[in-house]
Design a protein around this ligand. Sequence first.
Ligand code: HEC
Length: 465
Amino acid sequence: MRCPVENPAARHAATLAALALAGCAPPSSDGGDTISAEASSSPASDASTGLASSTGGPLGPDDGTVTFYRDVLPIFRKHCTACHSPDNIAPFSVHTYEAAWPWRQAIAAAVEARTMPPWLPSPGCNSYTNDASLPGEDIATVLAWVHEDGPRGDIADAPPPAGDPATGLPRVDLVLSAPEDYVPSGSDDYRCFLLDWPHETPTYITGFHAVPSNLTLVHHVIAYRITPDRVATYEQLDADDPTPGYPCFGGPGGAESNPGAGLWLGAWAPGGVASPYPEGTGLAMDPGAKVVLQIHYNTAAGDGGADRTRVELMLAESVEREAFMLLWADLDWVGGNMPIPAGSPDTVHTWELDPTLVMDFLTDIVPVNSPFLIHAASHHMHTLGTVANHEIVRKGGDSDCLLDIKHWDFNWQRAARFTAPIRFQPGDVLRLSCQWDNTAGTKDVNWGEGTSDEMCLGVYYVTNP
Ligand code: HEC
């Protein structure tokens, strides 16, 4: 028995095994991938006759039943096929009935648990322009469809394909590309590429979009600005490694991979749409600076080939309000005082401070003791992280939630862009809290840049009001 899965060697072997046990046969698959549901004890086997008809049969479109073509495919096209289609990062496709049907139970579980589509911020905290989560009514539709064992419906009911959604920037002024093709090795390969910045006058980045050439491999891309004074360190890292780029994890690499070493210019994960930075704002790049592209390659759904990721940027010679990436972490943690003991299932570290008191140490863009605007937030931990929260606690005691993550997943880091900027007033505090699970660990863990170290870091896109 074989299921029509593009890459059965996916990471989620347990899920795949469970599906195989449940009998993962589409009832009306007509391709070579047809498999019998004989091993099945699921309702799939006895429903197969009724569902085999391409015109709907007893569960057709006329009786009000939720069908794949009329009701479910539009949802999948909008929220899933950016990753779940052939030659893409997800281990199976949902772009056709035959491809999606065998996965219906896993799909129900994933959308109900809100683990798919991947979007870490939990609802009820803040609202985001790039919220990728599935609306409640769409979850209900998918669950109803699976509950009826996945009626096919009439293909004529399918909405016309919308074509590729516009994912790029409105204008591309500069393309920076990794210098050569790279074939990742191992199942997870974190690679950094050092790229030259061509402009000889100060320039502002006003929009960011990463474009991998091989979507089956690239799990996330983070671009860091390397200021001219640090360039030599990164050139050395690059020179020390004979392969293209150099290995790095959790940052731009090397012993300097701490907050402040490289400022985030932008981050991307599959399905991510480029958006310009807020109107009139941008991040400054000085002549002589460089860009490090950190790419997380995951080979589980990979085609064995190479990738050469490029970054498309929108630029401006001047902006009304220069933005900066406020990196937020307790310096005490960074100094090695963030213990996560071996065996602990739920270590929490929380820290709060009014950044306006120390703004002159952080940037020369926003003056000390002055209000500022936060436009977007990203969170960063490593792989032991479980829960994270970012909030502003107001002088009067109220609080405003910026970003709340109940199920951290290192693989799905991306910025959450606020629907409306949130104003920080002197006297408020910015509170950051992280939780980790080190139950399986045999060693105490602390702040550091290695795969087995941890971090707890907020990254905010900030401007003057
Ligand atoms: C941003 C890319 C992306 C989007 C969008 C996405 N998926 Fe996934 N999905 C993946 C990847 C990659 C995997 C493989 C496991 C992993 O890496 O988490 C996966 C795994 C799954 C699995 C296997 C079980 C599991 O939870 O790991 C199911 C089921 C699933 N996706 C359903 C969906 C559905 C349904 C949608 C749309 C409503 C969707 N996904 C949207 C990337 C995506």
